[in-house]
Design a protein around this ligand. Structure first.
Ligand SMILES: Nc1ncnc2c1ncn2[C@@H]1O[C@H](COP(=O)(O)OP(=O)(O)OP(=O)(O)O)[C@@H](O)[C@H]1O
Ligand SMILES: [Mg+2]
Length: 261
C-alpha cells in the first residue's frame, strides 16, 4: 500500500483511483464506496477492516472484477480494468484472481480434488497431468492430501475452508481475495486458517486481501485498510510488533503508532 509516508517501493498489484460505488435498490440509492484511492503492493497480507455495511465486500468485489465501479478506475498489475468487456473480465478473473468465501462455496457433488481442479479447467493450455499435479500440490500445502476423495459434507468446516484455499491458489493467482474467511469457523479453526494463509503468503509471495471485523484477524495482517461508511479512514502498516497509522491521501490527521496487542 502506498501513501504519503510509506513510499511505493514495491509494484502495485492493485491500484484504485477515486472509486465510488452506488447501488440503487427499490428507488433508494446507497453510496457503498465513496472516492476510494488506494495502492496495494505486491505480496502484502492485507486486512480490510470495518463495521458491517461499511463497504468491505463491495471493495473486494470491485477488486475481483465481480462488479464494476460507478466511477473511478481500477488497475490490476498495471492493467486498467475499467474498459474491459464482461468476457475479458471473466478471463482476467480466471487467470489471476483466487476467491475464498465466508461460506466456502464448494460444489457439493465434487470431491475435494475435483473442487480444486474446477477452476483449472478454464485454463485451456493445461493438460490433465499438469492439473492433477497442481491439485495434489495445493491440497498438500493446505494439509489435505489424505482427504482428496472426500466430498464437502464429509469434511469439517475448517477442512472445507482449506479446500477453498487450495482451489483459490490452484490457478497460481496474482491476488487471493477472501471475504470474511473465518466468520463461519470457531476461533481456533479461524486462527489456523489465517496462519495457513499467512504462511502461503510468505512462502509463495501471493498477495492476500481479506475482509474481517474480527480484531484478532486484523492484527495478523501486515497492512490494514480501515473503512467506515464507504470511506477510507486509516491505512496501517506493520513493522515488527508496531502498527503505524496514516490518514489516506486527502484526509487530514496525524500519523500515530500503536503496538500489536
Ligand atoms: N447488490 C447490492 N444492492 C444494493 N445495495 C447493496 C448491494 N450490495 C451492498 N449494498 C449496500 O452497500 C453497503 C455496503 O455493503 P457491503 O456488503 O460492502 O458491506 P460490508 O462491509 O461487507 O458488510 P458486512 O460486514 O456486513 O459483510 C451496504 O449499505 C449494503 O446494504
Ligand atoms: Mg461483507
Amino acid at each position: 500500500m502506498r501513501n504519503g509516508a510509506a513510499g511505493g517501493r514495491r509494484l502495485s498489484v492493485v491500484r484504485i483511483e477515486h472509486v465510488s460505488k452506488r447501488y440503487v435498490l427499490g428507488g433508494q440509492e446507497v453510496h457503498a464506496l465513496k472516492d476510494i484511492t488506494l495502492d496495494i503492493e505486491d505480496g502484502v497480507f492485507l486486512a480490510i477492516a470495518g463495521p458491517s455495511g461499511s463497504g468491505k465486500s463491495t471493495l473486494l468485489n470491485l477488486i475481483g472484477c465481480i462488479d464494476t465501479p460507478s466511477s473511478g478506475k481500477i488497475f490490476l498489475s498495471g492493467q486498467d480494468v475499467s474498459d474491459k468487456t464482461p468476457d475479458q473480465l471473466a478471463s482476467l478473473r480466471a487467470r489471476s484472481i483466487g476467491f475464498i468465501f465466508q461460506t466456502f462455496n464448494l460444489l457439493p457433488v465434487l470431491t475435494a480434488a475435483e473442487n480444486v481442479e474446477y477452476p483449472l479447467l478454464q485454463l485451456l493450455h493445461m493438460d490433465a497431468e499438469e492439473r492433477r499435479e497442481r491439485v495434489h500440490y495445493f491440497l498438500k500445502i493446505v494439509g489435505l492430501a489424505e482427504k482428496m476423495r472426500h466430498r464437502p459434507n464429509e469434511l469439517s468446516g475448517g477442512q472445507r475452508q482449506r479446500v477453498a484455499i487450495a482451489r483459490a491458489l490452484a490457478i497460481e493467482p496474482a491476488i487471493v481475495l477472501a471475504d470474511e474467511p473465518t466468520a463461519n469457523l470457531d476461533r481456533k479453526t479461524g486462527d489456523a486458517i489465517i496462519e495457513l494463509m499467512k504462511d502461503i503468503n510468505r512462502r509463495l509471495k501471493t498477495t492476500f486481501i481479506f475482509s474481517t471485523h474480527d480484531q484478532r484477524v486484523m492484527s495478523a495482517a501486515d497492512r490494514q485498510v480501515r473503512i467506515e461508511d464507504g470511506s477510507l479512514r486509516m491505512l496501517g502498516v506493520r513493522t515488527g510488533e508496531e502498527w503505524k497509522w496514516v490518514a489516506p491521501p486527502g484526509r487530514r490527521s496525524g500519523a500515530k503508532r500503536e503496538t500489536v496487542q
